[in-house]
Design a protein around this ligand. Sequence first.
Ligand code: SF4
Length: 458
Amino acid sequence: MALADTQLRRNLGHATATIRRKRAAVVGELPDWQELREAGRAIKERVLRHLDTYLEELEASVRRAGGVVHWARDAEECNRVVADVVKAHGQTEVVKVKSLTTDETKLNEALAAEGIDAWETDLAELIVQLGEDASSHILVPAIHKNRAEIRELFQRTLDVDTSGLTDEPAALAEAARLHLRKRFLGAKVGISGVNFAVAETGTVCVVESEGNGRMCLTLPEVLVSVMGIEKLIPTWRDFEVFLQLLPRSSTGERMNPYTSFWTGVHRGDGPGEFHLVLLDNGRSRVLADPVGRQTLNCIRCSACLNVCPVYERTGGHAYGSVYPGPIGAILTPQLEGLDRAGTLPYASTLCGACYEVCPVKIDIPEVLVHLRAAVVEHKRAARRLPGPEAAAMEAMAWVFADRRRYELAQKLARVGQLPLARSGRIRRLPAALSGWTEMRDAPAIPAQTFRDWWRSRR
Ligand code: SF4
């Protein structure tokens, strides 16, 4: 569907090309970029090797600073903790910012089921929410929409005067600001995601571009932050590495416009109650896989999406996951299982562009190939008899194993293709093979193969 939507492909192509150019320019400014990437990878791998120790250190640090720590094994436990905090304060409305993790747990839907409205305050997330749409990019969830589409959406849905609204970015941002101000001033509970949490001090960090996040983090009386257990860094000093890697890789900026830190609670300064929810939801399982565990190094910068030729043409919705693009293709199958997301590791050309840009050096092609092998094993284990695909592969392997068999098969296929081939191409293959030519032509077997040509010259 996405391939047929030319407007979506135009919006995506324009946006990803712009971010790619900006990223390349600011990364090129740093002579030690490769050393920084290596430092980022090394810190994250140390975290994963000692995750249990660092998590306990983080828990103790947050408690020491006056915060409350909750452990959530899965999405349901996480959503229950958040809903209980909101209900304990008698609230039916909360403001939210920057939380892919709560998209993963479907927190908004869970809160709605308890009669609680959750208002997204990040501009792009607000656009997705108002349009009853789904996010299609980690960093720019509404990347598939252009300005004219957003103007039309705001005129239809915002509870502020939009009669003279133009599609200038400043005008759209102002309309959203007026709408959000009412939410910020009314909400008693704020919910945030977490970019990093420091084990040694219990400090939590969110980076963002608009300042709406800071409003969400400081104005409400109660703050609940939800983080995946892999978002840890050991020390405050480690920020030095990640606060250089992240903005340059994500938005192509030298530093984030807003970087907010908070540590526990402080009387008369910010929320008087702070809860940190540590979410597993399949991450321990990922950690146990020696190849797949590098996926947990991800700092959600989205650089891999912006360079991916598959993502650029299909958009994020095609991945059917909160995490689209190359990172989604390796993270989602590991978190949700191969039954649900076993096709995603194939949504790649294995060109390696994602690995080249990844600021923490996740070898995404290596994990993709590893997961493809796991999918084959998984399917084999699930059937007692080989399926049609496995049988076809066995037959191919038998033919390819012997030169004479291979050449005979070529001859037979050359005769068999006669009613189908025109000008060296086959536009439609029959029956079970027809899926192959639904979107593209197949090359016909040539009249003379390389082997025939070679023999004719001797
Ligand atoms: S996999 Fe690497 S490039 Fe992709 S979002 Fe994660 S950190 Fe960024």
